[in-house]
Design a protein. Structure first.
Length: 399
């Protein structure tokens, strides 16, 4: 049976919307200033794929390529580093604006803070960012990975000095394990999943992702008509959607959220529209490992509920096709090396634009030759073996 594309066009109730002050332009500038204090900071490229866009029947395509971020091949370090920086600043009774990288790594600050262990659960990219930041700041990290995580991603995390292991749990169960260990051992939990009583650090992680949105906003030569964002727990999607909704106000682009069929908790929450978060349980064996999350981030959902227009549940083969197209665009366009999660939103739209049986969905999304579409390729080939299997050998073809 062919995997499906499913869409919810969200009809929100009128009334006050979620406050976006923590994701506005001023906040994003402050976040970017913190990240720019790291010696390895460099703005990641915004790639224009105008020839590929034309061949698909779109006006233009822009891809923010996060494979260049901090030498870690993924955007996740933006959230983990800003959250850890904020935590340390608060512990010192300071504002993060007073605590740039060079201050945080000073011997004086290290002596004042003592030894701290940061713990997290991850399929790879977030954990690597947390481990990298802890190492940079001369602290410790423990990382739990869900079953099925790639060995390469485990090795990359260990290379940053973390005590890392692959568990026999799914992602959400690994999050609960990390939290229980933090409570028992006095460690600091750094997770982008928010729940009642645990919202400061997830909020800071979302703010950290603002650097990516801010850079893209400053790089764009024109205002996009559409923004497509992939989602796991929804923190990145919420952060970027909230930033652009704040910047553009009532004139914001059409914002659409894309998830895997097998881990579409935000789609299910939007579909139910009953004021409750809806979960996906079980193994969630999608190739989009970074999006295999069954429980939405409450803060991320609050933003998406009020500012996202469409929610799509997408088959695995679309993400695989997105990887192949980005790696082999039309002549004259720059290729983008994008992993399974990074290419998911782009691959979803590439399929919708090229598959004549999906024309109704294309029309629902208001995509045509005048559309200027922005995507975020949030990771490169963080699992090189799987990347080659898909791009070289054609794994995960359309049924």
């Amino acid at each position: 049976m062919r995997e499906e594309f499913k869409v919810v066009q969200y009809e929100r109730k009128s009334g006050p919307k979620y406050n976006l002050d923590f994701l506005n332009l001023e906040s994003a500038k402050k976040v970017q200033s913190f990240h720019a204090s790291f010696p390895v900071y460099k703005e990641t490229p915004l790639v224009e794929l105008k020839h590929t866009a034309k061949s698909m029947g779109l006006g233009n395509i822009y891809i923010k390529d996060e494979s260049y971020r901090f030498g870690l091949n993924a955007f996740k370090v933006l959230g983990g580093s800003y959250a850890i920086g904020n935590y340390l600043a608060k512990r010192l009774g300071k504002s993060i604006t007073e605590m740039p990288y060079e201050k945080l790594v000073s011997g004086e600050i290290k002596r004042e803070l003592g030894d701290i262990t940061f713990v997290t659960a991850t399929d790879g990219n977030h954990g690597r960012g947390v481990a990298w930041t802890a190492k940079q700041l001369q602290q410790k990290s423990v990382v739990y990975m869900p079953k099925g995580s790639a060995e390469e991603r485990l090795m990359n995390i260990r290379a940053e000095g973390a005590d890392a292991s692959i568990t026999d749990l799914n992602y959400d169960e690994a999050v609960r394990l990390a939290n229980s260990q933090a409570e028992q051992k006095g460690w600091v939990m750094v997770q982008d999943t928010a729940w009642e009583g645990y919202e400061d650090i997830p909020g800071w992680i979302m703010q950290g992702y603002g650097t990516m949105g801010y850079e893209a906003y400053m790089q764009l030569p024109e205002k996009p008509t559409h923004i497509f964002l992939q989602a796991g727990v929804g923190s990145m999607a919420g952060a970027v959607a909230g930033f652009f909704a704040s910047v553009y106000g009532g004139e914001r682009p059409i914002i659409t959220i894309v998830e895997p069929n097998k881990a579409d908790c935000i789609y299910k929450t939007a579909e139910a529209a009953d004021g409750k978060l809806h979960f996906v349980t079980g193994d969630m064996d999608t190739i989009m490992a970074g999006l295999a999350c069954g429980e939405p981030c409450s803060i991320g959902w609050n933003v998406l509920r009020d500012y996202a227009d469409n929610f799509i549940s997408c088959p695995d083969y679309a993400a695989a096709q997105g990887m192949r197209v980005l790696g082999n665009p039309e002549a004259g366009d720059t290729k983008v090396v994008s992993g399974e999660s990074g290419a998911s939103a782009f691959g979803c739209i590439a399929e919708i634009m090229r598959d004549k049986t999906l024309v109704e969905l294309k029309n629902k999304l208001k995509l045509d030759e005048n559309s200027k579409v922005l995507f975020f390729s949030t990771e490169g080939d963080t699992d090189k073996e799987n990347y080659k299997s898909i791009v070289w050998d054609g794994a995960y073809q359309r049924n």
